[in-house]
Design a protein around this ligand. Structure first.
Ligand SMILES: *Cc1c(COP(=O)(O)O)cnc(C)c1O
Length: 388
């Protein structure tokens, strides 16, 4: 059997860490009870496990356990936050703000609300991917009810200034939501210090299972109202009905605990690997780094390569490395990445872009192999283009 390609697509998803899986397994079989069953041991033991995971996740962002609402992931958390706030606050205003570089799990709920009559302001970004805080301040209106700005971008890794945005919104009593799917476990997050009212999280970007995430909804002052989007048995304080998925929740908790305990050392290691890759790739002519050079996720490298056909490049690299062009979630659409477009990257360069997502299980040797292979392939493809 030939070797599998080196996995460098950690913004799309990550494997479950074996240490996380081990903690989950008993909850599929032996400890299978419904955490809502209050009359017997089976319910009590899973309720205790959910409680423990909830506490770990709350602690990770300086929230309290009752502020954590479990969902199927960050997509659902974003939908719950955005539609849930719009529905609960529409009598106070119908103006919503977000950013052009957000994930589709934010942009599409905003589009949907716009179709219902809400007004949407889409902020642009500077060429480095950061929002302009003055532009944000000028966009705020008396009828603005929500600002949503992601913590870390899933394509270019750029880290937005959450504390500054939070302060601006709190001073004007406007709710601030952040999609922190890529940030959890990688950079410090503190809902109190950063004045965050709602935060979406997911487990599968930090070596936890797919299909589980949560929304943090502020209960301490100023308390946030939210309209449920799924009605039923009244779980999660009535905000998100449905039997709790105990094994996934336990895995989410274990993944968060691991990521936090290793965060500082892992950030340093990933930054070194990322810089090692860029130092080699940047020996090529006409290759550019997309996004802010330093204010970005440790494991993220996004580059545009002049003089090659993007599709041909991806195809040629597929046997040796699993990387992505733009975002996995938009890969079915054949337009170039909306994020690179918002940065002002020219269309031909946006098509010829690679996103490397370096993670927990990548090694220095893998990075060197990937760099050599990419450089050799790009040189061959450039010759093809120039002799055409
Ligand atoms: C992965 C991701 C999502 C979607 O999360 P799911 O848990 O897969 O629904 C949303 N936003 C960002 C920024 C992401 O990276």
């Amino acid at each position: 059997m030939s070797a599998r390609p080196i996995y460098l697509d950690c913004h799309a998803t990550t494997p479950v860490d074996k240490r996380v899986l081990e903690v989950m397994i008993p909850y599929f079989t032996e400890h299978f009870g419904n955490p809502a069953s209050v009359n017997h041991l089976y319910g009590w033991e899973t309720e205790a496990a959910v409680k423990q995971a909830r506490q770990i996740i709350a602690d990770a962002i300086n929230a309290t356990p009752t502020e954590i609402i479990f969902t199927s992931g960050a997509t659902e958390a974003n939908n719950l936050a955005i539609k849930g706030v719009a529905e609960a606050y529409f009598s106070q205003g119908r103006h919503l703000i977000t950013v052009a570089t957000e994930h589709h799990a934010v942009l599409d709920p905003y589009d949907y609300l716009q179709s219902l009559g809400f007004e949407v302001t889409l902020l642009g970004v500077k060429p480095d991917g950061l929002i302009d805080l003055t532009e944000l301040e000028e966009a705020l209106r008396p009828d603005t009810i929500l600002v949503s700005v992601m913590a870390a971008n899933n394509e270019i890794g750029v880290l937005q200034p959450l504390a500054e945005i939070g302060k601006i919104c709190r001073d004007r009593q406007i709710l601030f939501h952040t999609d922190a799917a890529q940030a959890l476990g990688k950079i410090p997050l503190d809902v109190e210090e950063m004045n965050i009212d709602l935060m979406s999280l997911t487990a599968h970007k930090i070596y936890g299972p797919k299909g589980i995430g949560c929304l943090y909804v502020r209960r301490r002052q100023p308390r946030v109202k939210i309209a449920p989007q799924i009605h039923g048995g009244g779980q999660e304080r009535g905000i998100r009905s449905g039997t709790l998925y105990t094994p996934q929740i336990v895995g989410f908790g274990a993944a968060v605990k691991l990521a936090l305990s290793e965060m500082a050392t892992e950030a340093k290691r990933l930054t070194q690997l990322r810089d090692r890759l860029w130092n080699q790739l940047s020996t090529l002519d006409n290759i550019r780094l997309n996004g802010h050079p330093t204010q970005r996720l440790p494991g993220n490298l996004n580059v545009s390569i002049d003089g090659v056909d993007g599709q041909a490049l991806l195809l040629a690299l597929q046997p040796t490395m699993a990387v992505s062009s733009g975002s996995a979630c938009t890969s079915t659409r054949i337009e170039p990445s909306h994020v690179l477009k918002a940065l002002g990257v020219p269309e031909n360069l946006a098509y010829a872009s690679l996103r490397f997502g370096i993670g927990r299980f990548n090694t220095e040797a893998e990075i060197d192999q990937v760099a050599q292979e990419a450089i050799a392939t790009i040189k061959v493809l450039r010759r093809v283009v120039s002799t055409r």
